[in-house]
Design a protein around this ligand. Structure first.
Ligand SMILES: Nc1nc2c(ncn2[C@@H]2O[C@H](COP(=O)(O)OP(=O)(O)O)[C@@H](O)[C@H]2O)c(=O)[nH]1
Ligand SMILES: [Mg+2]
Length: 179
């Protein structure tokens, strides 16, 4: 792997000293792989986030081994960075094919969601599908993805929506009070 900073520093004639990954015990790729190992044996629904703007860079090549036989919903995130007239079905088809080529053989275009976790575009549909699948299987949902794919933004959006729903319920309860 070759980082952007390395390629720039090559051109500019200085040495890039940014390490490709941390050497801290809790931040090594091996540690993360160990953390994810139990997932393949668990009954769960996987929401797998990839960065659409850096699809191959953010694709986890170990994903087929991580998910096992569990159902996977693919979130192709950061669609807001693409032109507005982009043809969704073609992008979905391309992602489906790329996922299949990388070992997620059962992925269908319907399991690929073009989303912007930043603006919230497409998030409610993917949530509805994930909740439904988790309810049917009676299991939890796990959100996984490479660094910078958008996991935190997705979960923050989720929390914001949940808070709004909670407020809406309180408001509804308040307005339907008899006194
Ligand atoms: N344009 C755009 N940027 C996003 C989106 N989702 C996340 N980001 C940005 O991508 C970067 C990494 O996001 P983050 O949620 O921290 O990724 P994580 O490492 O997977 O938790 C941050 O700068 C986010 O603001 C999105 O839908 N659109
Ligand atoms: Mg994060």
């Amino acid at each position: 792997m070759y980082c952007l900073l390395c390629s720039l520093s090559d051109c500019l004639g200085f040495f890039c000293s940014v390490p490709m990954c941390s050497t801290h015990d809790l931040l090594t790729p091996l540690h993360f792989q160990e953390l994810l190992k139990p997932l393949r044996k668990m009954r769960c629904v996987i929401v797998y986030i990839v960065d659409l703007f850096d699809f191959h860079g953010s694709f986890l090549y170990s994903i087929p081994r991580i998910v096992g036989d569990n159902p996977v919903l693919v979130i192709a995130n950061k669609i807001d960075l693409f032109p507005k007239d982009i043809k969704f079905s073609r992008v979905q088809h391309w992602i489906k094919q790329e996922c299949r080529n990388r070992g997620l053989h059962d992925i269908t275009a319907g399991q690929v969601h073009l989303v912007s976790c930043k603006t919230g575009f497409g998030v409610s549909e993917v949530l509805r599908r994930a909740y439904q699948s988790a309810e049917d299987r009676g299991c939890d949902i796990y959100v996984i993805g490479a660094a910078n794919a958008g996991k935190s933004t997705f979960i923050n959006h989720l929390l914001k929506v949940s808070c709004c729903l909670l407020c809406a319920n309180v408001l509804c309860a308040a307005t339907t009070f008899l006194w």
